[in-house]
Design a protein around this ligand. Structure first.
Ligand code: NFC
Length: 614
């Protein structure tokens, strides 16, 4: 048995350390731990503030899922104070959220994860003509762009002409560029990877060239797909918001107005570009890699997703009157709220457990433990609901700078700055895979009887991939490669979501409605002495919840349960492993000292430790 430490795991946001016990004879991971190695303390910063300002503080939890913490905070304060936002504000927030979702997934796949699958060294062996043909074949085989519904159509096209699809000359030029980098011996951003690992040999050189070419292209394009944040929120990262709506006034003919016809045209073009990048780059790249792994039977790493997943649902089609009262869930276009157990046995055998508005305030449903985390709870409490949540750091690990600090963590003690969230006392996986499992189960089992266009699209995407691969959904989905594929499919829904809400926004403005903010209840004198609120977002990495407690006009407590907290958590009191640890224990490692499979598995969650420890 060999103990292997990966610290820090690079190409992620923040400080993550993992340790695995590998049986070198079989490659089996017998035990695994995941540790967040730094703490932020932003929940404490959010305390005793004017609740109308808190979104701006908590948004700084993260610059990657920028905007999601602001949105969750606004929703929690509006839930507490019973503020309903105008239609335009709801549409604009949804455009910004979906735009972030697509941007986040695209950047994650290319710049944080792709090099676990494709290698610039292997790309040099590719035939550019065959690479161009491969891209076309994958596009035709899946024809996923054909799944886009009538609701999300646009006449704008922004395909980047400098990166022609299906063109051999373009791939030859990119190959020449990579050759120069590799021959110079200065791999730069491509250095420090285990390029000689046998997993890279699984893919033909053309898949490597296609992936690496698009890696380089997307570096250049990623800023252009977040311009909606700049138009509506003034900047990215960390765009501006306001409790009760949005701060960007609308006047179509005023060229100085924050939102006018010229600026909406810029948003339209940005959405069209994001759509094309997903349809012509991201989908073919991920599917070309994924089908080879799936056909080779390399579908390990499902871990906790087979057993239990959780999501909240998102994209309210129209303004809602509250979250605790359940109206939010009724309005969502993706009604993923709930938990699914045992999807690993197949969609027919999976068990759905509802999560409704009032459950969000019930400690029997959601809670956080600190059994293995460097925090302490008062009065011997073992688990606390976030509406009463306590964040009191108490580091008891090895002393920084000592020899012990660099050795192994002790999984029988406290070993992480991440708390352990639970649903009815159990760990859950969250993220696009979780959301896809829940929507698929709810629609297939008839729990959702009138699926929205987005829910129908999710089911069609899953069924299309399953039929091309010739395996049932749970077989390919519950795996490392399935997790990466669901993130890509989720990006396709996100870009269509941007288009859908953009179309609604323009129609509404043309109908004469230009309201963006509701100032009713903005005055603290109108507020109750005490109020509690919850704000939900299905963020790029999974279900995000903020709980705010307002007393005498101030936040008397503020707590967040964040997607990466769910996934990267240490063991629960019941000794259950979280999603990262389960993923590693469900993964075989070919070479203990080069655990590329562990990198792939952990990166498939798109870790964000800044978020996780907040
Ligand atoms: Ni940072 Fe976030 C966390 C996301 O996990 N998605 O909810 C926030 O980060 O990327």
């Amino acid at each position: 048995m060999k103990r292997v430490v990966v610290d820090p795991i690079t190409r992620i946001e923040g400080h993550l350390r993992v340790e695995v016990n590998v049986d070198e004879a079989t490659g089996k991971v017998e035990d695994a731990l995941s540790s967040g190695t730094a703490w932020r303390g932003i929940e404490l910063v959010a305390k005793d503030r004017d609740p109308r300002d808190v979104w701006a503080f908590v948004q700084r939890i993260c610059g990657v899922c920028t905007s999601t913490h602001a949105l969750a905070s606004l929703r929690s304060v509006e839930d507490a104070l019973k503020i309903e936002i105008p239609k335009n504000a709801n549409y604009i927030r949804n455009i910004m959220h979906s735009c972030l979702d697509a941007h986040d997934h695209i950047v994650h796949f290319y710049h944080l994860h792709a090099l676990d699958w494709v290698s610039p060294v292997e790309a040099l062996k590719a035939d550019p003509a065959k690479t161009a043909a491969l891209q076309e074949t994958v596009l035709k085989t899946y024809n996923l762009s054909g799944l886009e519904p009538a609701e999300t159509q646009s006449t704008t096209s922004a395909y980047p002409k400098e990166f022609p699809k299906g063109n051999a000359t373009y791939y030859a030029a990119v190959q020449g560029k990579i050759k120069k980098i590799v021959e110079s011996g200065q791999l730069g951003i491509f250095a420090a990877q285990w390029w000689d690992h046998p997993d890279y040999q699984l893919l033909p050189p053309e898949v490597h060239l296609m992936g690496v070419a698009h890696y380089l292209n997307i570096l250049d394009k990623q800023r252009d797909i977040v311009t909606p944040h700049v138009v509506f929120g003034g900047k990215n990262p960390h765009p501006h918001y306001i409790v009760g709506g949005m701060p960007c006034s609308i006047s179509m003919d005023d060229m100085n107005a924050p939102v006018n016809s010229a600026r909406l045209a810029v948003v339209d073009e940005s959405i069209a570009l994001a759509k094309d990048l997903v349809n012509y780059f991201y989908l073919p790249d991920v599917l070309a890699i994924g089908q080879i792994y799936a056909k080779a039977g390399m579908v390990d790493g499902g871990g906790l997703s087979k057993k239990r997943v959780l999501a909240y649902g998102d994209y309210p089609d129209e303004p809602y009157s509250g979250i605790q009262n359940g109206d939010y869930f009724k309005k969502c276009l993706v009604r993923a709220n709930g938990v699914v157990e045992d999807f690993g046995l197949g969609v027919d055998k999976a068990k759905f457990i509802p999560l409704e508005g009032e459950d969000l305030m019930n400690p029997d449903f959601l809670s956080e433990e600190v059994e293995h985390s460097w925090y302490e709870y008062p009065d011997g409490k073992k688990t606390i609901h976030p509406s009463e949540g306590v964040t009191k750091p108490n580091y008891t690990g090895p002393k920084t700078g000592t020899k012990e600090h660099w050795e192994f963590l002790d999984e029988t003690k406290k070993y992480s700055w991440i708390k352990s969230p639970t649903f009815k006392g159990n760990a859950c996986e969250v993220g696009p895979l979780a959301k896809y499992i829940i929507v698929y189960t709810k629609v297939k089992q008839g729990i959702i009887s009138n699926p929205s266009w987005a829910e129908q699209m999710i089911v069609k995407q899953i069924d299309t991939v399953s039929s091309v691969l010739g395996v049932p959904a749970h077989v390919w989905m519950c795996s490392t490669v399935g997790r990466t594929a669901c993130r890509c499919l989720d990006a396709q829904v996100a870009v269509n979501m941007s288009q859908y809400f953009f179309n609604k926004l323009v129609t509404n403005i043309k109908g004469g409605d230009t309201a963006v903010a509701n100032t009713k209840n903005f005055d603290p004198n109108t507020w109750p002495k005490e109020a509690k609120g919850v704000g939900l977002v299905d963020a790029p990495r999974g279900g995000l919840g903020h709980w705010c407690d307002i007393k005498d006009g101030k936040t008397s407590n503020y707590q967040c349960i964040v997607p990466t907290t769910w996934n990267a958590c240490p063991k629960t009191i019941a000794n259950e492993h979280g999603a990262y640890e389960s993923n590693m224990m469900d993964t075989k490692v070919k070479i203990a000292d080069k655990p590329l499979e562990i990198l792939k598995g952990i990166h498939s969650f798109d870790p964000c430790l800044a978020c996780a420890t907040h």
